[in-house]
Design a protein around this ligand. Structure first.
Ligand SMILES: C[S@@+](CC[C@H](N)C(=O)[O-])C[C@H]1O[C@@H](n2cnc3c(N)ncnc32)[C@H](O)[C@@H]1O
Length: 273
């Protein structure tokens, strides 16, 4: 029997009130319950904890907002919003009320690891709590990963997660990746731009940070009708402004973001000489 039906049975609520999807991070369940009253939300949360005994807290998630990607999350049942989530042998300590974590990007994290070559210097321009930097440091032979993060909450978890996973080759910078790019040029073999929307604004900074032949992983969101003309034009503009060439290596849909809109990634090589 599907979880939704089991939860309807255990709570005695109409199936239309029960969310059809949920996300579990560590021992915390996150769900959307837009049409339920507080009493119904409490029943749903208690029912979920009964059905999945390893779940220690249940939280309602409304949206992930703003430049710093802060989630609107409220605890419904349990006591904690902090947890340790493990994925691909990497531990991520996070507070779901302060930090987002997209399980939908798992395939992308795994795809990226396979691309990294020995001794690369990598810049993770939007490091968050280490979504990309930690698995790269753990599973590849990269020389150094510079992980830049602007949100202080995320930055603190990033520092903590580096220790938690016993990693030694991640250097952290609390600040704006644009400022880093103003002081550093021809630095990285690979640049990760794991952020959206409007990531194109940051392309000129990625081009500056790149060495000749560096590879950029450019994430953004586009409506289906703009694929792939718009992202390729944005890359072309950023490269030609700095008199660079480029070669597209791969372009992929990462996940559906909302109806008709996709989170995509374009891998391209920057040619400076
Ligand atoms: C949440 S992550 C993206 C999600 C991640 N790629 C994943 O796999 O789940 C994006 C991060 O970029 C950070 N950020 C936004 N603008 C920034 C900037 N200008 N410089 C550095 N970090 C920035 C946000 O604070 C956020 O933590």
């Amino acid at each position: 029997m599907a979880f939704k039906q089991k939860l309807a049975n255990v709570t005695g609520l109409k199936p239309s009130l029960i969310p059809s999807s949920y996300q579990i991070l560590g021992d915390i369940m996150l769900l959307k319950v837009p049409n339920a009253t507080q009493a119904e939300k409490n029943k749903i949360a208690r029912g979920a904890m009964l059905l999945l005994p390893y779940v220690r807290s249940v939280c309602e998630i409304k949206e992930v907002k703003g430049e710093l990607r802060q989630p609107a999350v409220k605890l419904i049942a349990g006591e904690r919003t902090e947890t340790i989530h493990t994925e691909n042998n990497v531990k991520y300590h996070l507070d779901v009320s302060k930090i987002m974590f997209s399980k939908g990007n798992l395939n992308e994290r795994q795809r990226l690891i396979k691309k990294i070559k020995k001794d690369e210097t990598i810049v993770d321009m939007f490091a968050g709590i280490g979504y990309f930097s930690l698995p790269i440091a753990k599973h590849t032979k990269a020389k150094k990963i510079v992980a830049i993060e602007k949100n202080l909450d995320a930055f603190r978890f990033l520092k903590n997660n580096i220790q938690l996973n016993n990693l030694t080759n991640v250097q952290t910078i609390w600040g704006d990746c644009k400022d880093f790019a103003k002081s550093v040029t021809n630095f990285a073999d690979r640049i990760i731009m794991g952020y959206f929307p409007d990531t194109e604004e940051f392309l000129p900074y990625a081009v500056r940070i790149a060495k000749n032949n560096a590879i950029v992983h450019f994430h953004n969101i586009y409506s289906a009708k703009d694929l792939w003309k718009k992202p390729l034009k944005q890359i072309e503009e950023a490269c030609s402004q700095q008199s660079c060439g480029f070669e597209v290596l791969e372009k992929k849909k990462v996940k559906s973001y909302k109806p008709g809109v996709f989170h995509v990634v374009v891998d391209f090589k920057i040619i400076k000489e």
